[in-house]
Write a protein that binds this ligand. Structure first.
Ligand SMILES: C[S@@+](CC[C@H](N)C(=O)[O-])C[C@H]1O[C@@H](n2cnc3c(N)ncnc32)[C@H](O)[C@@H]1O
Ligand SMILES: [Zn+2]
Length: 280
């Protein structure tokens, strides 16, 4: 397996193809985007930025990285890699975008799982902290600060889009996937981290329901539930798990204090993985 350069970047201002020239990416209309020292490129136009520092903060990214490195979510990474590599002919090149990639854990795991298939990988996130962390850990993939709402990617140029615990924009995913290309989406199931939610909230709300139908332009290929128990030993992984989910911000002060007082916690992981295929 080798990781090949990603060659389908598009200018975020006019959609033209971007070509690498030295330390920048340029389009035919003269727009130019510098590649940062750490190897990523910023392709989020200022006018599309809703806040000064959009997406996950530096602290959230660091917490997610520490947590994922423990390997506790390995069964999810394995399922994502299996679904991504399914039906890919041997000795072909798979062009894959992780849309909302965070610090890049799932792309790194995909790189480890791909056997006999070449990969061309793009990690994109709206958080510059996430992309910076991804780029530092893996120089072989391409890394972009950008938004799912306006993907800086040429139409029909991808075989796979991953959207893991993220913010899907289906019209954009449909635009950048080739016909027959696939979207791999992972979302929390009803019981996901229930035991943590029971501690931090006075009343546990049901997590969002499973997606009932395939999004427009897609047909469902498969849906699978991934459920397993997880034991957190020590205050640090508990704090990291809380910090990498939306629960830290939603919980009350008392809820956060109850979680901070724990020194171990047994939890249910319950997520659903959907595979949707881009219609011709
Ligand atoms: C819950 S995290 C999941 C990260 C990663 N997929 C994982 O599972 O480790 C959601 C990510 O989406 C990013 N994000 C939020 N809005 C976004 C957007 N409009 N476009 C791209 N990424 C976005 C956040 O910065 C954050 O890194
Ligand atoms: Zn341009």
């Amino acid at each position: 397996m080798s990781v090949l350069p990603f060659e389908s970047l598009a200018c975020p201002l006019d959609g033209m193809s971007l070509c690498r020239e030295g330390k920048s990416w340029r389009c035919e209309n003269g727009h130019s985007f510098d590649i940062a020292r750490q190897g990523y490129v910023h392709l989020l136009p200022v006018q599309k930025k809703r806040s000064k520092d959009p997406g996950d903060s530096k602290a959230m990214v660091a917490a997610r990285q520490r947590f994922l490195e423990t390997g506790l979510y390995q069964p999810i990474a394995d399922a994502v890699a299996n679904a991504t590599l399914k039906d890919v002919p041997a000795e072909s090149t798979l062009r894959c975008l992780d849309a909302g990639c965070g610090e890049g854990y799932y792309l790194r795991q995909l790189g480890l799982a791909a056997d006999g298939v070449d990969l061309s990988l793009l990690g994109l996130d709206i958080s510059k902290w996430a992309v910076l962390s991804g780029a530092r850990q893996d120089r072989r993939a391409s890394w972009v600060v950008g938004s799912n709402a306006n993907l800086p990617v040429l139409p029909g140029s991808l075989d796979r889009v991953l959207c893991l615990f993220g913010f899907p924009v289906y019209a954009e995913f449909a635009r950048v996937l080739r016909p027959g290309g696939r979207l791999i989406q992972v979302d929390s199931g009803q019981d996901h981290l229930r035991e943590l939610r029971e501690i931090i909230y006075p009343e546990v709300r049901a997590e969002s329901k499973k997606i009932a139908e395939a999004p427009e332009g897609f047909q469902r290929i498969a849906s699978e539930d991934i459920r397993f128990p997880m034991h957190l030993a020590g205050a640090e992984p508990i704090a990291d798990l809380l910090a990498m989910t939306p629960h830290l911000y939603r919980a009350s002060q008392e809820g956060r204090e109850r979680a901070a007082a724990l020194d171990s916690l047994s939890l249910t992981v319950d997520v659903c993985l959907h595979t949707f295929e881009r219609e011709p």
